[in-house]
Design a protein around this ligand. Sequence first.
Ligand code: 6GU
Length: 233
Amino acid sequence: MRIDIVTIFPSFFDVLDLSLLGRARGAGILDVRAHDLRDFAHDRHRTVDDTPYGGGAGMVMKPEPWGEALDDVLSSGDDPLLIVPSPAGEPFTQAIARELSAETHIAFACGRYEGIDQRVIDEYSSRGRVRLLSLGDYVLNGGEVAVMAMIEAIGRLIPGVVGNPESLVEESHEDGLLEYPSYTKPASWRDREVPAVLLSGNHGAIAEWRRARQIERTAAVRPDLLPPDDSRP
Ligand code: 6GU
């Protein structure tokens, strides 16, 4: 998968060289490129923002640098998907991450200030696929942290990025519930014992116990994720 990121802070994404995703980049599974929006601004101060029409606080990102940058990164590849991180977008979920992990080319447009001139969104929506995605109901100063989270969530679902694909299926949100608690050795730590069922070797009992803990946890902190009736197997 090819990923382009347009941002005024390209070095923010240097950390993608580390860890799991860094290895995927080294192995040629992921091709991530961060581009400096200011390279597409041609005045002496490389200006990317201006005051909002209609008044109001803050600054809005100018359309011209965005147009040049996005024409550039979207020109290669077939049917690239443009993602604009925005608190006004649809909620980014595990299901969306899984869907996006099948894309061949994603470009992220990281806005700062009060956002990007709406005509940029309208222009690329008329020419191709655009999605506005939000990390959650709170406000970040810019799209960079949101894009980092999305790249990690999407990237680890690309085949070959996570060594053991089995480890992906029993996680929170993959089956619609929060994950069960995990334990490792020693069996006793500061007088706290690992639940006996996990030491029993009884796989049926273990699966049943884990499912019960998943439902219990989900009911306690995320009741919105539970189905209205208890129709689960
Ligand atoms: Cl995607 N961007 C910004 N700037 N703030 C956010 C967000 C995104 N998601 C939640 N808050």
